[in-house]
Design a protein. Structure first.
Length: 337
């Protein structure tokens, strides 16, 4: 090295990192044309750690504190450089600072539905999303596995990798737990704890510590959700025979107002009469269960047939609309009690 090169070089007597903003996990101290002064001060703040790297190998790791850099405080680097105890010259080394602050509000979710086997619904496709938080715990492992010799390594650089790992573990957990979807949706706190337990060693292999993990929502595709809603509604109806009777009785006045009358309720007159007969049968069974008559009454004309006849007379202009409405009201009144 000539005299010009020696004069050009500058010596560092203070090493520190003033973080300018959020989202940076690792930052390399700029060392071009610089050498570290023997006895220089190293400041590592509470939310940081520092690592000295020699020729690509991690040497000494420093936690929060103020250090005077000597052969005593740099034992590993001293060994790698073969320095003796009397070494007091400026030296060259790469210095990396790492942020150990908690990275909160990180989002995860399934970009596409994942298919699992469900006890209740068979094969289903579900979506899930939530949030998690973590922090850098082992800078040596993080440097070796992820950040390497980059000038900076940010939260965004690792975000996609972590998100994919979360979804992969979630799919495996759902598939092996044999927990029905309805139980998953009702026990999101328990599901969050299980996923955190399975994800903790995954984060540790990159030098990260998983702080919190939450499942905010587990959902099914729209068509399957509609099927579940229908199933819930059916369960809330209770007695299906009574519900059917009510539905059929409610449909008669509406059908009589439509073109074609009651016959238009189905695919023609036959379907309409068939529905009327079925309704009459269920109505008769209901009435028989309420009270038994003292003496057999003469058979009455089928109300559905009577309404159909009245509509036919109206269509042929043999009776007036007012007469038809009056007669229809009487028939419906008798039917509905």
């Amino acid at each position: 090295m000539g005299l010009t090169d020696f004069i050009k070089k500058q010596f560092i007597d203070v090493l520190q990192w003033n973080e300018d903003g959020d989202g940076v996990l690792a930052w390399r101290y700029p060392m071009q044309d610089f050498e570290i002064q023997y006895g220089a001060a190293l400041t590592v703040r509470e939310s940081q750690m520092a690592v000295f790297v020699n020729e690509g190998k991690v040497a000494d790791v420093f936690g929060p504190g103020l250090y005077k850099l000597t052969t005593q405080t740099l034992p590993v680097l001293t060994y790698l450089q073969n320095w003796d105890k009397l070494f007091e010259s400026p030296f060259k080394s790469d210095v990396y600072f790492f942020s150990t602050r908690l990275q909160i509000g990180r989002k995860w979710g399934t970009q596409q539905p994942v298919t699992i086997r469900d006890k209740d619904f068979g094969m289903v496709r579900l979506r899930a999303f939530g949030i998690y938080s973590y922090k850098l715990a082992d800078p040596k492992k993080f440097f070796t596995e992820l950040s390497g010799t980059r000038d900076t390594y940010t939260v965004e650089d690792i975000e996609q990798q972590l998100r994919n790992l979360v979804v992969a573990n979630m799919t495996g957990l759902f598939g092996s737990s044999e927990l029905p979807f309805l139980d998953m949706a009702a026990n999101q706190m328990l599901l969050s704890e299980k996923l955190k337990e399975s994800m903790t060693p995954v984060f540790e292999q990159y030098g990260l510590a998983l702080d919190n993990f939450a499942v905010e929502n587990v959902s099914l595709p729209e068509e399957l959700q509609k099927a579940i809603d229908t199933r819930i509604s059916m369960g809330m109806m209770g007695d299906m025979s009574k519900f059917t009777q009510y539905q059929m009785a409610s449909a008669i006045p509406l059908a009589a107002q439509n073109e074609g009358g009651l016959a238009g309720m189905g695919a023609g007159v036959g379907v309409g009469l068939g529905m009327g007969q079925m309704m009459a049968g269920t109505m008769a069974q209901t009435m028989a269960g309420v009270a038994q008559p003292a003496a057999a009454a003469p058979a009455a004309e089928d109300p559905t047939a009577k309404l159909a006849k009245l509509k036919a007379l109206l269509d042929q202009n043999l009776i007036t609309q007012a007469d038809y409405d009056t007669a229809k009201a009487e028939v419906l009144k008798k039917m509905l009690g």
